[in-house]
Design a protein around this ligand. Structure first.
Ligand SMILES: *Cc1c(COP(=O)(O)O)cnc(C)c1O
Length: 377
């Protein structure tokens, strides 16, 4: 018990392990792009867009430069901008807020639900003003937000809903996939996401062809045909090489998510009965376990303890958006979101990925139990 095993190295996410299983397919796909030289908006982008839309059960998809771009362009496609307010969860990753404010709209934060870690749907209405145009629920850690509740408010108050599904590729809410639950959805293909590129990438999916077409313009300098620019767009395109990589990976996504589900179930079993707070999954949600979160008062000590034993846990996220220097202008200050602030000090993300072995997760759990046993003597 408690033996330091110097050769153990269990990262939060192991991208090298996944690459080993795909090496030749990935190389062939990249080589195909190099041979065709269609580097910008090439064949692989169009094909991947079609395949990802089918995967989500949504109408269409449009590839963009990042998850951040996906949030921004989805909102801009609905003409959201200066003078508008957009509501999102106080405990999300800062990219959600930055995607909102980069449209020129103001971000309005709503407290997290301490049970599900998603936006507290009972507090959304209080945050709505005459300027509110949209809600961006985040399926944080791969667990869908309570979308029926969000959509009910949105319909009644005439608001747009853009899902931030950056952590939720393949997750289901009442049987339907993230990405087809709101008016549009933003995904990220940052390398460590459940579906990750080998660089930056993102996509917007929507059942509304007008929204898709508008994003096609916005991502590509507002160009409707060569040298004819109908709106002031930008360069926010999904790279063809990244799309080729993603086409290789998409067929594996369900099996990777299933493996993550097994890892999570194993952690649930092994850590049951400890003082750690384990994830709670509501009946409506089939999460894809982008992260497996525990909470403890001795978070920093536990994290260090694990690191000295070769286990690298993470913190998502240590400083809430409203306490970041970048967003001091929002004027919230400490105490504005007590649940979010308390959570930021207690949350710890354990290693989870498809290739994590039974033995590795058992080692993680037993090392945590060693730590907890020492704390109570
Ligand atoms: C990763 C992430 C983003 C941003 O994605 P990038 O591709 O890194 O720009 C947005 N929202 C959430 C919740 C994320 O986890």
């Amino acid at each position: 018990m408690g033996v330091v095993r110097p050769n153990v190295h269990i990262p939060l996410v192991d991208l090298a392990a996944q690459y080993q299983t795909l090496q030749s397919e990935i190389r062939d796909a990249i080589d195909g792009v190099l041979t065709r030289c269609d580097f910008v908006l090439g064949e692989a982008v169009e094909r991947f867009e079609a395949e990802f839309a089918v995967y989500c059960g949504a109408g269409q998809a449009v590839g963009v430069a990042s998850g951040f771009s996906a949030v921004e362009l989805a909102l801009r496609a609905f003409d959201i901008g200066p003078g508008d307010e957009v509501i999102t969860a106080a405990n999300t990753y800062i990219a959600t807020a930055l995607g909102i404010t980069s449209t020129g709209a103001a971000v309005v934060l709503v407290e997290m639900d301490p049970v599900t870690y998603n936006i507290d749907v009972n507090r959304i209405e209080d945050a709505i003003t005459e300027h509110t145009r949209a809600i961006v629920p985040v399926h944080l850690y791969g667990q869908p937000a309570d979308m029926d509740a969000v959509m009910e408010i949105a319909q009644r108050r005439n608001l747009i809903v853009v899902e931030d599904a950056a952590q939720a590729h393949g997750a289901r809410y009442k049987g339907n996939r993230a990405g087809c639950l709101g008016h549009a959805a933003a995904f990220s293909f940052y390398p460590s996401k459940n579906l990750g590129a080998y660089g930056d990438g993102g996509i917007v999916v929507s059942n509304d062809p007008e929204v898709i077409n508008r994003i096609r313009l916005l991502r590509n300098y507002g160009q409707s045909r060569k040298n004819y620019h109908v709106v002031q767009g930008a360069n926010q395109r999904l790279d063809t090489i990244q799309a080729a990589v993603l086409r290789v990976k998409l067929p594996y996504l369900d099996q990777w998510n299933a493996a993550r589900r097994e890892c999570a179930a194993r952690y649930n079993r092994l850590l049951a009965g400890t003082s750690l707070r384990l994830p709670q999954v509501p009946d409506f949600a089939e999460p894809v376990w982008h992260l497996y979160i525990v909470q403890t008062e001795n978070r920093d000590e536990l994290k260090d303890y694990l690191a000295t034993r070769g286990i690298f846990a993470g913190i998502h996220y240590p400083i809430p958006i409203h306490l970041q220097p970048a967003y001091q202008s929002l004027g919230y200050g400490r105490g504005a979101f007590p649940e979010t602030e308390r959570y930021a000090d207690r949350t710890l993300s354990l290693p989870i990925y498809a290739e994590l072995t039974v033995e590795q997760s058992e080692y993680v759990a037993s090392t945590i139990k060693d730590f907890l046993a020492k704390r109570t003597v």
